[in-house]
Design a protein around this ligand. Structure first.
Ligand SMILES: Cc1cc2nc3c(=O)[nH]c(=O)nc-3n(C[C@H](O)[C@H](O)[C@H](O)COP(=O)(O)OP(=O)(O)OC[C@H]3O[C@@H](n4cnc5c(N)ncnc54)[C@H](O)[C@@H]3O)c2cc1C
Length: 388
């Protein structure tokens, strides 16, 4: 029976020392003022090119990041696979906005597809579209508020080429690829390219996966549009569901720029939207594939129960549960133990490049967000269990 409180299974691959380090880290993260001060200090140090590795590497980085390179991640891939969990290696360099930085990110993402194709422990490749173009060009093209200059048009064309090249390579190599969802101001352009890529590359099976942030109240309409389009154009949609990581910024921007708030009115509405989306895909699982990225125990239990109720094989390749490295091991390993398919996002990049990702994880894990109390409770329970 599915039991997310089984800490023996959840932390089987963690040594006593690793358990102690995780406990120490989450004990610090539970203080919102420390996280706030840390964010400010981190962003300032980044601007001043002040080295941060000495403080970040033994703490946040060790908990949430697989390493600097694909090769560094191999030990995580092997360790996860030994417990029945697959990896999704995510090159998480988010702040490289120069042409050289963008070209390097593109090359690394291509390499991650090759790496995935050659390693049975990897379930998907993934990319964050905004790392392939400057934020300015992507927002301007996506929002269509004003015309692009000739140089911007060129930059946007290059972005499209990179986007499609990644999807084509994934298709050629038979690797499924997730297109991460991002800020609202970027998302129209990302959706447009993702739709086009699904039409082109998902003819025989789902290769390209659209990410739907279910904190947006328009996403069920988008999901229905994708499904109808797939019937008309003859392809198999891949759908990745998440709740969405940028709620506060989105609400603030909508208020500042005077457009309607794109986010559901409250958490209950987001939760209901998430469940409705998952059910929609499960009801059409013969034509669609599902990736459920969530640390919410209720969402994971509901999806598992729905699969069982419908008689869908737990190990069908069409459905994956997913969590982030260093978080919610109680969900990942207990699901895998019960025979469901699970993958962990394993981010990798140098400290300075992965800092925005780490700040998001730290913020998500403060006591306000509520995730830490659960992580701490689980870690403490496992320490107690090992002592007896
Ligand atoms: C494998 C994986 C991949 C991910 N990929 C992406 C991605 O591509 N793009 C992306 O944006 N995020 C991504 N995320 C992060 C994700 O969107 C969430 O921020 C995070 O997982 C927390 O949501 P939850 O479902 O795990 O848990 P919960 O704790 O149940 O939900 C928290 C979330 O609920 C929503 N919420 C909270 N309060 C309110 C409110 N008052 N009103 C409306 N909604 C509210 C917010 O989205 C908040 O993040 C990913 C997460 C995972 C695990």
């Amino acid at each position: 029976m599915l039991d997310f409180n089984n800490t023996e299974i959840a932390f089987a691959s963690k040594s006593d020392g690793e358990l102690r380090n995780a406990l120490m880290l989450f004990n610090v993260l539970k203080h919102p003022f420390i996280v706030k001060a840390g964010k400010l200090a981190g962003l300032t140090a980044l601007k001043l090119h002040f080295p941060l590795g000495w403080i970040v590497k033994p703490t946040l980085y060790r908990q949430f990041v697989g390493g600097e390179t694909l090769e560094d991640c191999r030990r995580h891939v092997d360790a996860l696979q030994a417990k029945g969990v697959k990896s999704t290696l995510d090159y998480s360099a988010e702040s490289r906005q120069t042409p050289r930085g963008i070209a390097a990110t593109f090359a690394e993402t291509l390499a991650s597809i090759d790496f995935a194709a050659a390693n049975a422990g990897i379930a998907y490749a993934v990319f964050k579209p905004s790392t392939l173009v400057t934020d300015e060009v992507l927002a301007k093209a996506s929002e269509k508020r004003e015309a692009l200059s000739t140089e911007e048009e060129q930059a946007f064309r290059e972005f499209r080429d990179r986007f499609m090249t990644l999807c084509r390579k994934a298709c050629d190599k038979g690797v499924r690829i997730l297109v991460d969802a991002e800020d609202y101001c970027f998302q129209d352009a990302i959706d447009e390219f993702t739709d086009e890529a699904m039409r082109t590359f998902n003819k025989e099976r789902a290769i390209v996966f659209a990410t739907l942030q279910m904190y947006r109240h328009d996403r069920m309409d988008y999901l229905r549009r994708i499904y109808d389009d797939s019937l008309a154009a003859g392809y198999y949609p891949g759908i990745k569901f998440v709740r969405g990581a940028y709620m506060e910024e989105e609400r603030k921007r909508a208020a500042e720029m005077n457009y309607p708030d794109p986010i559901c009115k409250d958490k209950a509405a987001t939760d209901a939207n998430f469940d409705e989306g998952v059910r929609f895909v499960i009801d059409r699982i013969d034509r669609m594939e599902l990736f459920a990225g969530t640390h919410n125990e209720d969402s994971n239990s509901k999806l598992a129960a729905l699969m069982d109720e419908k008689g869908i094989a737990r190990n069908t390749e069409r459905i994956y549960f997913a969590q982030l490295l260093g978080m919610s091991d109680n969900i990942s390993f207990n699901l895998a133990h019960e025979g469901y398919n699970v993958t962990k996002y394993v981010p990798y990049a140098k400290v300075k490049d992965v800092l925005p990702y780490l700040i998001r994880r730290a913020e998500e894990n403060t006591s306000i967000a509520g995730q830490t109390s659960r992580e701490l409770r689980m870690l403490k329970a496992e320490r107690q269990r090992r002592r007896h």
